[in-house]
Design a protein around this ligand. Structure first.
Ligand SMILES: C[S@@+](CC[C@H](N)C(=O)[O-])C[C@H]1O[C@@H](n2cnc3c(N)ncnc32)[C@H](O)[C@@H]1O
Length: 302
């Protein structure tokens, strides 16, 4: 369904007005604005300098983002028509959505589990930065997109499997895990005016129950000393801080560790130290949540 004006359920407005207090007007205004366009250079297909040179030749304006050398803002109405995109040299990705992989910071020797991977925007980043990647998703249509992205973006170090990641059976554990969790998708409202048509408190509670199950499964796939990122584009504490607190109670070796992102304003989180909420008005992004968790060796803190 396509609608002319962004739709906000009254319950949504009430909830965030109360939660955000004096921040609410700036938050509400920011989530009604169009998001800036940004891209990630897919170094499987081109170098950063090659992409910069070809865009400059076409007179297209772009600006490097401070948090990663492969991340750029672009001033161009239809970047999906650019040859650089069609041939897989750049992927089009919202700024906040790039941050989970940047914060995960995999090394070239790391084996990474991208548990909820489709359509695959973060899989492209992981393919560039990590050694090898297992990417799973349960949704068949989204998996088709992931398969075509794998081919077009040259993700040769990525193994793709359509499965509920909680049913993956592997003895081998991972150096890094990404759980970009299915959520109430509040952040999508800056892209799709109708994104909140189905939103309800009941939906938030259902998502939260599922996320609690998922975060413990994801954590269990980590090697000792390994690190994971949990992220959502929701602002609901039920889907974020409460999920993290659930994991910390369920797994004694789980610790929240700090995230540093150059040029991104992050506020102190009163509900969960180290958890990061990105307010859309701070960095001109969608609303977003991320947290980095380490699996500490047994006995270190207990
Ligand atoms: C936020 S989206 C992921 C976006 C993706 N990481 C990206 O950057 O393109 C969440 C994904 O989780 C998938 N999903 C939901 N439940 C799952 C499960 N149990 N196992 C694997 N994938 C699941 C959905 O199909 C959806 O594609």
């Amino acid at each position: 369904m396509s609608i002319k004006k962004t739709f906000f359920p009254p319950e949504f407005i009430e909830k965030y007005k109360a939660m955000l207090g004096e921040e609410w007007p700036a938050f509400y205004s920011a989530i009604q604005e169009k998001r800036p366009k940004s891209f990630w250079v897919n170094t499987n297909k081109a170098t950063i300098d090659e992409v910069k040179a070809s865009l400059t030749k076409k007179g297209i304006k772009f600006t490097q983002l401070p948090f990663h050398e492969q991340a750029f803002l672009i001033e161009y109405e239809r970047p999906s028509e650019l040859d650089e995109y069609v041939t897989g040299k750049i992927s089009l990705q919202e700024k906040a959505s790039m941050l989970p992989v940047v914060a995960l910071a995999p090394k070239k020797t790391d084996y990474v589990f991208d548990t909820c991977a489709a359509p695959g925007m973060k899989t492209i980043q992981l393919s560039n930065l990590a050694g090898s990647v297992l990417a799973t998703d349960v949704h068949s249509k989204r998996m088709d997109i992931l398969m075509s992205i794998r081919k077009r973006f040259g993700l040769d170090n990525v193994a793709v499997k359509r499965i509920d990641f909680r049913n993956v059976k592997r003895n081998k554990k991972f150096d890094r895990v990404l759980l970009d969790a299915p959520c109430s998708s509040e952040g999508v409202v800056r892209k799709k005016r109708e994104a909140l048509l189905e939103w309800s408190e009941k939906m938030v509670r259902q998502k939260a129950a599922n996320q609690k199950q998922m975060i413990t499964h994801a954590f269990d796939y980590l090697k000792e000393g390994g690190e994971m990122i949990y992220s959502t584009c929701s602002f609901a504490p039920e889907e974020n801080e409460e999920v993290v607190q659930y994991l910390l109670r369920a797994r004694k070796t789980a610790r929240v560790i700090p995230i540093e992102l150059e040029g991104i304003k992050m506020r102190k989180n009163e509900l969960c130290e180290g958890c990061v909420r990105l307010y859309p008005q701070d960095n001109n992004t969608q609303q977003f949540f991320l947290v980095k968790i380490k699996k500490t060796p047994k006995g270190v803190f207990d």
